[in-house]
Write a protein that binds this ligand. Structure first.
Ligand code: ADP
Ligand code: MG
Length: 255
């Protein structure tokens, strides 16, 4: 597979909530190994797009293809099994779980949450559990949280909570990682460090689709940008094309 292989294709996708066309006849594709950014004003339909891709909601029209599978309207756990993982715009962590436990849950998502009782006491289960724990150690070291593994995830700093979410998403071994405004509310230092982390994730061969509100943030990180407004695609291209595009400037100023 070459660099230009599209791994995710969205075709003429639409979703309305009552009279609001949250996503409107939207088409675009994400190529393998890209860091592809989706930017647009508040209410543009960005999070709705992620909910459609991950199967949380079903579209009214259109098609979503992932690695040549038609995943339109499939259940979220099924889509996750094809190698998609995500983080949420608002961090979602269970209050009573440690960092380690939170990420361990992520690896169980791989099996669709189904842990067969017959397997539970078997050597096979112990082997898999050991492998899962080794993998979590690797991931926590990678995101810089290994020393905090026994702390309650929800008690960490905001930046570190985001890292826990990223670690949990990585624990399912995704080929495509969806990040919904991961740096919103972060200070400059946290933002810069997260950007570096995403770049390292990408270097490990994981394609990234990242939603950002602030386009300046993604200019250095991403190699492809799709700008949406009112659920529709406004422009698309590499950062140097998008940066000073009149339609983009207008969409940001006029709202
Ligand atoms: P963005 O993430 O770009 O800020 P959203 O996708 O969250 O935008 O929202 C797009 C539009 O769809 C907004 O007008 C929002 O109010 C509406 N919307 C999103 N989700 C729902 C929902 N579950 N029910 C009703 N309206 C929704
Ligand atoms: Mg959003």
């Amino acid at each position: 597979k070459g660099y230009d292989t599209a791994i995710l294709t969205v075709e003429r996708l639409s979703k309305a909530f009552g009279g609001v066309k949250a996503v409107n006849d939207l088409s675009f594709s994400v190529t393998q190994n890209a860091i592809h950014a989706i930017i647009g004003p508040n209410g543009a339909g960005k999070s709705t797009l992620f909910n459609l891709i991950t199967g949380v909601i079903a579209p009214n029209e259109g098609k979503i293809k992932l690695f040549n599978h038609d995943i339109t309207s499939l259940r979220p756990d099924k889509i996750a099994q094809y190698g998609v993982s995500r983080t949420f715009q608002n961090i979602r962590l269970f209050p009573d779980m440690t960092v380690f436990e939170t990420v361990l849950i992520g690896t169980y998502l791989l099996t669709g949450g189904k842990l067969l009782p017959a397997l539970f006491r078997s050597n096979e289960f112990r082997k898999r559990e050991r492998q899962a724990k080794d993998r979590i150690k690797e991931i926590l070291q990678f995101v810089g949280l290994w020393d905090m593994r026994n702390e309650y995830a929800a008690k960490l700093s905001y930046g570190n909570q985001r890292r826990v979410e990223i670690a949990r998403a990585l624990a399912t071994n995704p080929r495509l990682l969806l990040l919904d405004e991961p740096t919103a509310g972060m200070n400059q230092k946290e933002t810069k460090e997260l950007m570096q982390l995403f770049s390292q994730v990408n270097q490990q061969g994981i394609t990234i689709l990242i939603i950002a509100h602030d386009m300046h943030l993604v200019n250095t990180l991403s190699n492809q940008i799709t700008v949406i407004n009112f659920g529709e695609k406004l422009v698309e291209g590499p950062p140097e094309v998008i940066q000073n595009h009149p339609a983009v400037v207008e969409a940001y100023m006029g709202r």
